[in-house]
Ligand binder design. Structure first.
Ligand SMILES: Nc1ncnc2c1ncn2[C@@H]1O[C@H](COP(=O)(O)OP(=O)(O)OP(=O)(O)O)[C@@H](O)[C@H]1O
Ligand SMILES: [Zn+2]
Ligand SMILES: [Zn+2]
Length: 804
């Protein structure tokens, strides 16, 4: 007899220990680690989903224990969905992020593979109640929901259940559906003989015969066959009746990137590119788990380095994984990879429907894709022969997942690199301080591309001091920027304008009493949306009409501090009436394909100006863009976050890099209220190395990363005093268990103290070495499950990327 170790999916009873189940005789040959199973759990033996993480022999279990074990109810998969590498990784991930193993396993799989639960109700025989007899005449079990039963009927069922006349069953549903299509399989052995049997004038039959003869061994899709002249479904049916073909179902993958591929060739490399490619390729061919930091200024040709090293992995019959931040996963980037590697490429990003994601994932899992390009979660792509991992824009905060498991993509990449003995390339024009510091120490190997392609200069950057109102026209644009825009349009060149939306924007303020219109559920001001004429909360979705008087003092003297993209577009249109402006932000890109459409229009020069949020700062490569303007450089500088300067520097450098990338030289104008700030001054010089050294000194003095490690513990509850008390309890528990040199900051209310009616308190742990810390955090993780039942939520975030 075999025993399976199963990690079950029960949100309120999470534990990192697998439960043991008996494998029924019928499943012994089928079951494998990495498969999902349905198992009975808890008092009512309700059916839940679980993952088999190991199998062992019954001889290893005592007789007494054996009798207590329940059997597995069924398998959800025919093949393992978690391969041995990912199974091993899930263990490591759960230990290093202090999250439960089930959430690690679920994170690795496409969304549709998360099981859905359904409650079914069935009458208990003998059924005497006439209403029950009637209701359950057709189906012996019905889903217990509002669609099936009226409220009165549901109440009636509750009563019947108390009397033991009906019972509930919990059913796990597999949501993942694979699509199949009809195909035709050849059964003819002697084609000449069949040709004799077909009459000369039946061209359709002859056409089909020819198709079969060309590829007698492969199933031919009916959809493709009927494209041939003369071949119709009727012709195929005739062949089927005569036993010349049989019909079958073949798997069909939804192809999310239907756009035509324009094959392209590797470019001859510059000397710097060649040096980088040579070193990375050596590590690929020698199977070395080296981490390279590719520090290349904007437009230095990092992408070409990625493509040529990917080629090297493919030449070794190995696979490559390329990660890109979600917003940089532009259609431009995707087509660059697809044009080079064609249909071997699988793409994973949030714009795909769940079904499309599942299909791409299956293609990868079945070894049918050799190159995977995707955003954060693509780091778990089940490539079995990984030969190279690339993280483009490695400094990007979106590489850190905000929910459990709170992993950093870079750490997972390094783990996989060790597992597969393959190199990792971290690329950026502005590497994170952590990575650059590791390169300084020799932990990572530094490769630099200090020059732009074509000897093109980095664009000249001009800073405009917005505190000087003489310089302004309207509240968003300086005279300099407006005249530069006009001059650019006269040369028939294009402009990219960025509105920095980090921090707070477009809120309503009463000039008489100072009232700011806030969300009733969150501690954050509401944002004005002109298209819907509402004030919206960006955290919980609450919305209300735009008020025309102050809700507090009823004064009409209210002001909208709008720096929203809509308002900026309107102002700009008034100042430069001839301009054709495209707006790109979360609102205009919500619809599927909108992002692609806007960029396509801009690329085809159907517009002069692209005005957008951070979304436009990354990855865009338009040769006709010669002017970049940043409307408000500093909204991120005041945020209570030790990385505020780094983020501002990164963003300005990235967006400036969009100008003058081809033959024409570029110009950048940065509008700011803090012209003296070092992040802005050094961004003006585009001097990453100087910024790195300056910022390292500041981090050293303040005791922050990369000199110290941080862990953020957050406690929340519906009542503010309860949250505060619980945070204090957690803090005391930590204090008692961490090493004496470890510093605890807080508990303090989080900068945005309330979201969706929950109050948040935070504790920041700072340390250099602390061997006791993992144990201390494990204790917190363990109590989090009991606390959840009392209404508290405790979150542990190792190396947090945000303190909001
Ligand atoms: N060796 C080369 N010869 C000619 N053109 C090249 C070469 N390498 C890259 N390019 C071209 O130079 C332009 C800039 O390259 P690329 O977009 O790869 O830079 P990047 O470093 O990734 O930039 P960013 O970080 O700003 O996105 C692209 O249009 C690319 O096709
Ligand atoms: Zn007021
Ligand atoms: Zn809200």
């Amino acid at each position: 007899m075999t025993i399976a170790e199963v990690i079950v999916d029960v949100p309120t009873r999470q534990t990192n220990f697998p439960y043991s189940y008996v494998v029924p005789e019928a499943l012994t040959d089928e079951i494998q680690p990495g498969m999902r199973v349905v198992v009975p759990f808890g008092k009512g033996d309700r059916k839940v989903e679980g993952f088999v993480v190991g199998l062992k022999d019954a001889a290893d279990v005592t007789k007494a224990d054996l009798t207590k074990l329940k059997p597995i109810s069924g398998l959800m998969d025919l093949n393992p969905v978690v391969n041995p590498e990912l199974l091993e990784m899930s263990q490591w991930l759960s230990e290093t992020t202090y999250s439960f193993r089930i959430s690690c396993l679920l994170t690795m799989l496409p969304n549709v593979m998360k099981a859905k639960y359904q409650t079914l109700v069935t009458p208990v025989p003998p059924v005497k109640d006439s209403w029950l007899q009637e209701r359950f005449a057709v189906h012996p079990a019905l889903p217990l929901d509002q669609e099936q039963f009226t409220t009165a009927e549901l109440a009636r069922l509750t009563k019947l259940r108390q009397q033991g006349k009906v019972q509930l069953q919990y059913q796990v549903q597999n949501q993942a559906k694979r699509k199949t299509e009809l195909a035709v399989v050849n059964q003819i052995e002697d084609f000449a003989e069949v040709r004799q049997l077909i009459r000369k004038n039946t061209t359709g039959q002859l056409a089909l015969l020819n198709q079969l003869e060309q590829q007698p061994q492969t199933p031919l899709k009916q959809r493709d066959l009927v494209q041939e002249p003369g071949i119709t479904p009727a012709v195929i049916n005739t062949f089927q009746k005569r036993g010349w073909v049989t019909k079958t179902e073949v798997e069909k993958y939804r192809d999310p990137n239907k756009e035509a591929i324009k094959p392209d060739q590797p470019k001859p490399l510059t000397a710097d590119q060649r040096q980088a490619v040579t070193q990375i390729n050596a590590a690929v061919t020698n199977h070395q788990a080296t981490t390279f930091l590719l520090e290349g200024v904007t437009g230095s040709g990092k992408t070409e380095v990625y493509l040529q090293t990917i080629q090297c992995a493919l030449d070794q019959s190995e696979q490559a994984l390329m990660l890109v931040p979600e917003i940089a996963l532009t259609p431009q980037m995707v087509s660059r990879v697809k044009n080079r590697f064609g249909s071997q490429v699988a793409i994973l990003h949030s714009g795909l429907s769940n079904g499309e994601k599942y299909d791409e994932w299956r293609r990868i899992n079945e070894g049918k894709a050799q190159v995977v390009v995707g955003a954060r979660s693509a780091i778990f792509a089940p490539l079995a022969k990984l030969g190279l991992i690339i993280l483009d824009e490695e400094h990007d905060p979106s590489y850190k997942q905000g929910d459990n498991p709170r992993y950093h993509t870079r750490d997972v990449a390094l783990w996989r690199s060790r597992y597969h003995h393959c190199p990792v390339v971290l690329g950026s024009a502005t590497p994170s301080l952590e990575s650059r510091a590791r390169a300084e120490k020799g932990v990572y190997q530094l490769l630099r591309l200090p020059q732009r392609i074509n000897q093109q200069q980095l664009p000249a950057i001009q800073i405009v001091d917005m505190t000087d109102s003489v310089q302004r026209t309207g509240d968003l644009f300086s005279n300099e920027l407006i005249s530069a825009i006009k001059a650019t349009l006269q040369r028939h060149e294009q402009v990219v304008l960025m509105l920095n939306r980090r921090g707070f924007s477009s809120f309503m303020l009463c000039r008489d009493c100072g009232y700011v219109l806030k969300c009733p559920h969150c501690d954050i001001s509401l944002t004005m949306h002109l298209d819907t004429h509402t004030m919206k909360c960006h955290y919980c979705g609450y919305e209300t009409a735009i008020p025309n008087e102050c809700p507090q003092c009823h004064s009409r003297n209210i002001r909208y501090f709008g720096t929203g993209t809509e308002k900026a577009t309107q102002q700009l249109q008034q100042l430069v009436p001839e301009a054709r402006i495209l707006r790109m932000d979360v609102d205009t890109t919500r619809k599927k394909g909108a992002h692609r459409r806007i960029l396509h229009q801009f690329g085809e020069q159907q517009a002069d100006i692209l005005l957008g949020t951070q979304m436009i700062a990354k990855g865009l490569d338009f040769p006709n863009v010669t002017l970049v303007g940043v409307l408000n450089a500093d909204t991120g500088l005041d945020l209570p976050d030790f990385r505020a300067s780094e983020r501002t520097f990164d963003l300005l450098t990235q967006v400036a890099g969009r100008a003058g990338r081809a033959e024409k030289s570029g110009q950048v104008i940065i509008q700011t209220f803090n012209p003296e700030h070092y992040a802005i001054q050094l961004a003006q010089r585009q001097d990453y190395e100087a910024f790195f050294h300056k910022e390292m000194q500041i981090r050293h003095l303040a005791g922050y990363s990369p000199y110290f490690y941080t862990v953020l513990v957050t406690v929340s509850a519906l009542q503010e005093d309860a949250a505060a008390k619980e945070a204090l309890r957690v803090s005391n528990l930590l204090q008692a268990n961490v090493a004496p040199q470890t510093e605890l900051l807080g508990p303090t209310p989080r900068p945005i103290a309330r979201i969706k009616n929950r109050y948040y308190y935070q504790i920041i742990i700072k340390y250099k070495h602390d061997e006791q810390l993992p144990d201390a955090l494990n204790r917190i993780q363990a109590i989090s499950q009991t606390e959840i039942r009392k209404g508290f939520r405790i979150a542990i975030d190792v190396e947090p990327q945000s303190f909001m």
